[in-house]
Ligand binder design. Structure first.
Ligand SMILES: Cc1ncc(COP(=O)(O)O)c(C=O)c1O
Length: 410
């Protein structure tokens, strides 16, 4: 089953690669320098001088690592981060833990208890795993069709169990599109269900819409609920700092009552090691930079993405991206060409995420491009030229071809 991926990992320079050096968004793998379009550091905070220079003062004050679980002792930095989050997101309260994976694995089973979870058929693997953990503890899992709130409504209408949890992605990590959050939230509220949304890729990228916004991504990067001007009623938002904020940390935005429950019942709060002090520092410095320069950085990211999407459109090539957000997936015309196409990209100096089978269904095998504010115009030029070459060689799927039915899990 994992043969394709195993073969690629063993032989392909772009899978399981060792990066020897970086210079801005250029990376060196062995002798080859490549422009990096695989990083999720959307705002370029990993390279931001102001953020880098903020770290030593925190290390002087706190050492490198707290090494208590949060229950045993939380440096006040955590409280500061949670306060900043509440202000940014406009939510009731927030709890931070090291990763989104920790949150899904611990919070989904607690929220589901022995009730029923309605899981997006194409939810991120970490959400799926959290649901499996809930199932192992007596919860039931039903799957609704991707991007289909009517199907969710149907399933919820037929459900007798009073405990209902809906789990799905915010901005999708493959298509780059956000779900119709208002429609899903309305279905959740109609059925007294809780909508649990993982916006790992939206936090820091999309935010509240304003007349003076610097791009259609909105302002402040305060995530999908604010982007759609939705409320947090019956909505739990999960997000992470490990993408836009380039820091090892994640959050759950929730009512204080739930936060207090998690502080005694969520195993990562009780038992897991904490994020390193440098990550707490870069998160706090990231909030400051986001307030002052975030919208300008989002405008740059949007401009890079618009250039690439326009070029793809001109080439007549298919991408599922309808949103204009900086995740662009390009499925191949022939899935067996993944190895050769990946090598060609590598030789031209373009580093992307290869989406091989079984990570994605065979009809979606291809590659994913991510644009960040730290990419340069020259890097984007190189990417566009290389995509032109691939399109001319017939390697990319034609936009006019029959739409491919996305494979749905049962
Ligand atoms: C949608 C989504 N959720 C969760 C994760 C994992 O986040 P973390 O590294 O914080 O566990 C990712 C990472 O790629 C993701 O794309």
């Amino acid at each position: 089953m994992v043969r394709d991926l195993t073969e690629l990992s063993a032989t392909h320079p772009m899978v399981d690669a060792v990066i020897d050096e970086i210079d801005g968004r250029m990376i060196r793998v062995g002798d080859q320098w490549l422009a990096d379009f695989a990083s999720c550091n959307y705002l370029g905070f990993d390279l931001d001088r102001e953020i880098i220079e903020s770290v030593p003062a925190y290390l002087e004050q706190w050492g490198t690592h707290p090494s208590w679980s949060r229950l045993l002792g939380s440096p006040v930095l955590y409280e500061q981060i949670e306060e900043r989050l509440v202000e940014l997101l406009g939510c009731d309260d927030a709890l931070v833990l090291p990763t989104i994976t920790h949150i899904h694995m611990s919070v989904i089973p607690l929220l589901a208890a022995s009730g029923t979870i309605f899981l997006d058929a194409r939810a991120h693997k970490t959400i799926y795993d959290g649901c499996q953990a809930a199932r192992a503890r007596g919860g039931a899992v039903r799957r609704f069709r991707f991007e289909d709130p009517d199907h969710l409504d149907e399933l919820l209408s037929a459900e007798r169990d009073p405990t209902r949890l809906i789990c799905m992605d915010g901005v999708n990590s493959m298509t780059g599109n956000p779900p119709d959050l208002p429609a899903f939230a309305a279905v959740a509220r109609k059925h007294h269900a809780l909508l649990y949304v993982d916006d790992a890729h939206g936090f820091g990228v999309i935010g509240e819409r304003r007349d003076d916004e610097s791009s259609p991504y909105g302002s402040r990067g305060n995530s999908i609920v604010r982007y759609f001007d939705e409320s947090y009623e019956n909505v739990i938002l999960v997000g992470g700092f490990s993408k836009s904020y380039s820091s090892l940390l994640a959050f759950i935005a929730c009512p204080t009552e739930l936060k207090n429950l998690l502080k005694v019942a969520a195993p990562p709060y009780l038992f897991s090691g904490p994020s390193p002090v440098a990550s707490l520092a870069t998160t706090l410095a990231g909030f400051d930079v986001n307030e002052r320069r975030g919208d300008a950085l989002r405008a740059t990211m949007h401009a890079h993405t618009a250039r690439v999407l326009d070029a793809i459109d001109e080439l007549g090539v298919y991408t599922p991206n309808r949103s204009g957000l900086p995740i662009i997936e390009l499925p191949l015309a022939d899935h067996t060409r993944i190895d050769a196409v990946g090598r060609m990209l590598f030789d031209r100096g373009v580093y992307v995420t290869l989406a091989a089978y079984p990570l994605v269904p065979k009809d979606e095998v291809g590659f994913r491009i991510q644009l960040t504010a730290a990419n340069t115009e020259a890097e984007v030029d190189l990417l566009i030229d290389t995509l032109g070459e691939l399109a001319a060689a017939g390697e990319l799927r034609n936009a006019d071809a029959e739409p491919v039915q996305l494979e749905q899990a049962a």
